[in-house]
Design a protein around this ligand. Structure first.
Ligand SMILES: Nc1nc2c(ncn2[C@@H]2O[C@H](COP(=O)(O)OP(=O)(O)OP(=O)(O)O)[C@@H](O)[C@H]2O)c(=O)[nH]1
Ligand SMILES: [Mg+2]
Length: 673
């Protein structure tokens, strides 16, 4: 896009609650700017932006996607738009996190019938965290019950007078007017307010205004734009995207008010500004990588500085290796357009990179630079996955990994203790769509179930164990006798097996066999068959037989003596305890703490954060598998949480009884099989 200078590029990300009209706005702009020859609608599956099958089926966006278009207003300068559409649905929050990282500004969509919603606040917070300059789009103004003034008032109530209207619907709702140019009292009043905002951006403008002079249109726009970039002013736009009304006014506003890639250079991992100039060294950040059967392997990068040329050599500063860049594309939904080069502000797709993936930085050879990796939200829901048909066992692993490769908020792990394959993510819908994707790509259908808890067993007292293994069945018999003592041991102690044998009651050469028997015993504890931890075993006596003693006999004797000793050493079950941070609006405090108590949670503290309440609690993992959806329904979608493993703790006796009974039932079933 050599004909359009970087100063006339506007790179922005669309964020907001699900259904607030972000994708509809993208469709409307792509149609208006001639990228598409029809007006797509995400609501009926005809969107050009929500083009993947899963998005068409569910009628929501699932992926963050870049779009590229040029606006050539009559008699004005051309403006290039680099737009990133993001999903508003909570489960796909990670996509919004990635896209906001690589945008110069955000356009926050607020539906004029629904107002500020959970997803609106989530997006706002993300923008605040990044210090991202932003604008607000009040959408759906053609809908019955749309309330422009009320929605603006709600926005200002939350985020202050720095949110100010720059375009507004005409009384007949058939057009949208621009406050900077429209005649009439309403526009004049807005202009007076905007003049004050603009004046505050620089001393020169303040003096001019205080001196009673009027600002020129350029001064006004320049002052407002500086304020937007500094986060002091948030222009509010009126839109009826389905009717293609308000688009010119939005574009005009973006040209005048929103920052270009030169106004807000990226910062590298050390906090240093990246030089955005085209002749500066290349710095391009990978924010998404996909391997799609339709589009193939694509790596999406944002150029922060320098020029990314097709068929060139680059250096991957994160992996510390060379990378060959082949074709460079601009994406518009399904459409890919190759371009010879890209510059600051551009979001490009690179095909078939050899060693470059998500969170890598491509830079000029000899000029290494790294952008900070994107901090994705951590998984909070987990399911055990099994193939529906056992014959698909081989396909399961590769299928799951492909799905996880595309979505950095999905983690697939094998739990070595429960022997289950676990898929974790942000929400049930995300996991469901991922499994549908796997079905269509890898032809594997799966069953999802609640994961097993990796319980452990330990002892809380000393216990004596004894077993004599003696068999005489003609020919050579089997003989081995072991006395041992079991006691609790501090976590992390290496030497759990103590040889306390005095004299020659057990010949030394049988010690390895005894140790094997003990390891066997500890793999499946005496209580409910879970691994035994933090337990010390001292073998101190026994007896052997010259002919009949063998390794296998001592192994069996040790294993059985261990079980015997363990039952006498007051064994207990241990369960994983998580630390959870639950963020909720204050109104739900009582419900949520009550619910935590039901889950055997211990509340450690509460704090307030950005107008929300945060509950910090320790809670058993077994009580938290369905928490994500239960918290959402408890709080009308406004609550969220994070949690991580903290430690193992003794399971209370009443709960332990059930787990032990359950294990006994399973064992019985195994025996009968
Ligand atoms: N009448 C009217 N309907 C609209 C307008 N904008 C969007 N809609 C409808 O609202 C629904 C949701 O719109 P989307 O554009 O998919 O919303 P979104 O913000 O992209 O939603 P997510 O992708 O889930 O975050 C669709 O059925 C649209 O047709 C509008 O300006 N007017
Ligand atoms: Mg959408």
């Amino acid at each position: 896009m050599k004909d359009i200078p970087v100063a006339d590029v506007r790179n922005f990300v669309l964020v907001g609650h699900t259904g607030s009209g972000k994708t509809s706005l993208v469709d409307a702009l792509l149609y208006k700017l001639g990228v598409n020859d029809r007006l797509g609608n995400p609501g009926d599956g005809t969107s050009v932006a929500d083009w993947t099958d899963e998005e068409k089926n569910r009628k929501i966006s699932i992926w963050a996607k870049p779009f590229d278009a040029v606006w050539r207003p009559k008699g004005g300068k051309a403006l290039r738009l680099v737009m990133l559409d993001t999903p508003g649905y909570a489960d796909f929050h990670g996509q919004m996190v990635a896209a906001t990282t690589v945008a110069d500004a955000a356009l926050l969509a607020v539906d004029a019938t629904a107002g500020v919603q959970v997803g609106t606040v989530r997006a706002w917070k993300r923008c605040e965290a990044l210090g991202l300059p932003r604008a607000i789009a009040i959408t759906g103004l053609d809908k019955e019950n749309a309330d422009f003034e009320g929605t603006v008032a709600a926005v200002q109530d939350l985020w202050g007078a720095r949110c100010e209207v720059v375009t507004y619907p005409a009384a007949d709702k058939k057009s949208v007017l621009d406050a900077l140019s429209a005649p009439g009292g309403e526009a004049e009043a807005l202009r007076a307010r905007l003049t004050d905002v603009a004046a505050e951006s620089s001393d020169a403008l303040i003096e001019k205004v205080l001196g009673g002079e009027t600002l020129t249109a350029d001064e006004l726009a320049g002052g407002l734009r500086a304020s937007v970039t500094q986060g002091k002013f948030i222009p509010v736009f009126a839109l009826m995207a389905r009717q293609s009304i308000g688009l010119d006014e939005l574009l005009g506003g973006f040209a005048r008010l929103m920052p270009s890639p030169l106004d807000r250079p990226g910062k590298d991992a050390d906090g240093k500004d990246v030089n955005p100039a085209a002749d500066a060294p290349l710095v391009a950040q990978v924010w998404r990588a996909i391997n799609d059967p339709f589009v193939g392997q694509l790596t999406m990068a944002r150029v922060w500085g320098g020029t990314l040329k097709e068929k060139s050599e680059a250096y991957n500063a994160v992996k510390e290796q060379k990378e060959t860049v082949g074709a460079v594309f601009f994406l518009n939904g399904k459409k890919q357009e190759t371009v010879p080069e890209a510059q600051a502000g551009d979001i490009v797709a690179l095909a078939k990179l050899k060693g470059t993936g998500l969170n890598d930085t491509l830079c000029a050879p000899g000029k290494p630079a790294k952008m900070a990796p994107i901090a994705f939200p951590k998984p909070v829901v987990s399911f055990a996955v099994t193939p529906k048909n056992q014959s698909d066992d081989d396909k399961l692993g590769p299928g799951l990994h492909r799905v996880a490769d595309d979505d950095p908020t999905i983690v697939v792990q094998r739990n070595d203790e429960t022997h289950e394959v676990i898929i974790s993510g942000i929400g049930d819908v995300q996991i469901d769509t991922a499994m549908e994707r796997m079905k269509s790509r890898s032809k594997v259908e799966v069953l999802l179930s609640t994961p097993k808890v990796a319980y452990k067993e330990t002892v809380t007292a000393k216990g004596e164990g004894h077993y004599k293994h003696k068999k005489q069945s003609g020919g050579r018999g089997q003989y081995g006798e072991v006395y041992l003592r079991i006691e609790p041991m501090k976590a992390g102690t290496a030497d759990w097996f103590v040889d306390g044998i005095v004299g020659t009651s057990i010949p030394r050469n049988f010690l390895p066999a005894i140790e094997k028997g003990l390891v066997d015993g500890m793999t499946r504890g005496a209580l409910a068959g879970y691994p035994v931890v933090n337990t010390m075993v001292t073998v101190y006596d026994g007896s052997s037989h010259d002919v009949d003693s063998s390794e296998i006999a001592f192994k069996i004797a040790a294993r059985t003596a261990f079980k015997d000793g363990m039952t006498k050493a007051r064994p207990v079950l241990l369960e994983p305890i998580m630390t959870a941070r639950v963020t909720i609006p204050g109104d739900y405090m009582g419900d949520c703490t009550g619910d935590m108590n039901h889950r055997r949670g211990r509340i450690l503290g509460m704090e307030s954060e950005d107008g929300m309440q945060v509950i910090i609690a320790e809670v058993p993992q077994s009580e938290m598998f369905k928490y994500s959806s239960e918290l959402r329904s408890m709080t009308g979608g406004r609550g969220s949480f994070e949690m991580e493993f903290n430690r193992y703790e003794i399971v209370p006796a009443n709960v332990a009884q059930k787990i032990i009974a359950e294990a006994a039932k399973h064992k019985q079933a195994e025996v009968e099989e």
